[in-house]
Design a binder for this molecule. Structure first.
Ligand code: FES
Length: 527
């Protein structure tokens, strides 16, 4: 049998990066002052800085690596209030007001994106599209019918149908009309240009590690890894996983999920619309333009970080889905990429003051992969908070909200899952010996009787790291798709040399010099 992976290209950047060039910015090398410090150079940070600078506020924007290199640059960029199955659940758990407010806030966010694009004349392939959820099984057919009833109660324009314009065997589909899609990097790179023109101070390769609050002067100080300090009145934490948690214990209230995407050049013209299956595993379909050429983006295969098994299997599954959609010989895969997003206990993002005791330190996280609108919900709520404007959606997104059910139940389930992985990882046998590792292969091995992570790179050099996550001690797993060590507990990720790729971990995995080992255990078991 032909291995379908042979036709999948090497790991690559999302194609959004191909027709956009982003400016570079120096790192922060001095102590400065600002009205607001925005930490995180993704869509939330940039949109917030844009709205703040519009009010003539003095803003500094810090990014730990490069702007837009995180989840924003890896999105499928649907700008919609149709966030998979959500409204029936919100209605049942929290009632009409919360469900309706969630819809209104995300619809307002879509309109805000559209207004910014119009006002600033941004050429970013923005186009209105109807969004569809579809089911392929009886169980999910019923869920979709219930979602439609929720639309009806919430006065959301929707339509239940039995057909979508793809040759897929579906049970039913639910349309939300007049949603949108765009090229996120074209949009955001223009906003970055505007920030520069407005004098926003932007720093890349600048990692914020702490916030100190002076209660007497009501000022905040953001401290960077190289001990530079920025004094300000407000801090916006838009760093995906909050780099600073205060006493908010966010790591116990968020979990990380990975998902996968591929861009296809197809022989068939795209029929229009944006699609998402509600059955598991999920499948997402939309069109986009690359150098004015139409392409299809296929996505899905989400799983909790560090718990996805062989990552290449996820791309193979998307390839099989693409075969069923277009026919095996009727398309070419241009790029493949994966991304990670955070999910809150009740599926509503945490946006607002990080704790009651630090009202001027605001956080935005937990978008559940719906970051194109939720980012603008967050930007608007945080900017209104700073300006003292009333924002009716603020309460439902507040990180301080407490819903006994289902959040409490989910809290125990999630933390039980963490505890399970904490123990399981310690007793799990090694997966390979050093000798068995091919070039470009990584695995848990046993050296001098101790569990280690080993990766043999394409030149044959072996990189050894400690596999105990520096956040809270769970055991990381090898991610063959991204060549990273991923933690199954709270989603931290590390490069094969141990450097932190994604938090909450702040410290790298301990590295070991391969040549310093003299005893290599050739048994895989023994733990
Ligand atoms: Fe929390 Fe690894 S991310 S233990």
């Amino acid at each position: 049998m032909v291995d379908p992976y042979e036709k999948i290209p090497e790991k690559s950047d999302p194609f959004w990066f191909e027709d956009v060039s982003l400016p570079r910015f120096e790192s922060l090398e001095e102590n400065i002052k600002s009205d607001v410090v925005v930490v995180g150079g993704g869509i939330t940070g940039i949109a917030s800085a844009y709205l703040l600078s519009q009010q003539n506020m003095n803003v500094a924007l810090l990014e730990s690596s490069r702007l837009l290199n995180g989840a924003t640059g890896h999105t499928t960029a649907k700008v919609t209030a149709q966030h998979s199955l959500i409204y029936d659940e919100l209605l049942n758990n929290f009632g009409y007001n919360v469900a309706r407010m969630y819809y209104e806030a995300n619809t307002d966010a879509l309109h805000l994106v559209e207004k910014i694009i119009t006002d600033e004349k941004i050429d970013c392939d923005f186009e209105k599209q109807d969004a569809f959820l579809y089911s392929t099984s009886g169980d999910y057919k019923v869920k979709l019918e219930n979602e439609y009833k929720a639309y009806d109660r919430l006065n959301i324009k929707g339509q239940l149908t039995s057909k979508i314009p793809f040759d897929l065997s579906i049970e039913n589909a639910l349309m939300m009309e007049n949603q949108a899609q765009f090229h996120p990097l074209k949009y955001l790179s223009k906003l970055v240009d505007i920030l520069k023109e407005r004098g926003v101070k932007i720093y890349e390769d600048t990692t914020a590690i702490n916030v100190e609050t002076d209660d007497s002067t009501k000022t905040q100080t953001v401290i960077t890894r190289n001990d530079k300090r920025i004094q300000c009145n407000h801090v916006l934490i838009c760093s995906h996983f909050p780099f600073y948690e205060g006493r908010g214990l966010y790591f116990s209230r968020l979990y990380a999920e990975r998902s996968y995407a591929m861009a296809l050049e197809t022989k068939m013209a795209y029929p229009g619309g944006m699609y998402l299956s509600v059955d598991q595993p999920t499948r997402s379909i939309r069109s986009a333009k690359l150098n004015n050429k139409e392409v299809t983006i296929i996505g899905g295969e989400e799983h909790k970080t560090g718990q996805g098994g062989d990552m290449i299997e996820h791309y193979r599954a998307l390839k099989r889905f693409s075969d069923s959609l277009y026919g095996e010989k009727s398309y070419t895969i241009l790029n493949r990429w994966s991304t990670q997003d955070l999910v809150t206990l009740d599926k509503i993002p945490y946006i607002g003051p990080i704790t009651k005791g630090q009202p001027n330190v605001l956080v935005a996280t937990g978008y559940r992969k719906w970051g194109m609108t939720n980012s603008h919900v967050a930007a608007q709520i945080m900017v209104d908070n700073i300006l003292g404007n009333i924002n009716h959606a603020a309460e439902i997104f507040s990180p301080q909200r407490f819903q006994a059910d289902p959040s409490l139940k989910k809290f125990f389930l999630e933390n039980l899952d963490v505890a399970k992985h904490l123990i399981k990882g310690k007793i799990e046998p090694a997966h390979a010996t050093i000798d068995e590792l091919e070039n470009d292969e990584g695995a848990i091995v046993k050296i001098n009787g101790e569990r280690k992570g080993a990766y043999r790179d394409e030149e044959g050099e072996v990189h050894i790291v400690d596999t105990t996550c520096t956040h809270a001690g769970c055991e990381v797993n090898w991610n063959s798709g991204e060549r990273s060590w991923d933690c199954p507990c709270h989603g931290s990720r590390f490069s094969y040399t141990g450097d932190v790729l994604e938090g909450p971990a702040e410290k790298p995995l301990a590295k070991h010099d391969f040549s310093s080992f003299d005893v290599f255990d050739d048994e895989k078991t023994g733990y």
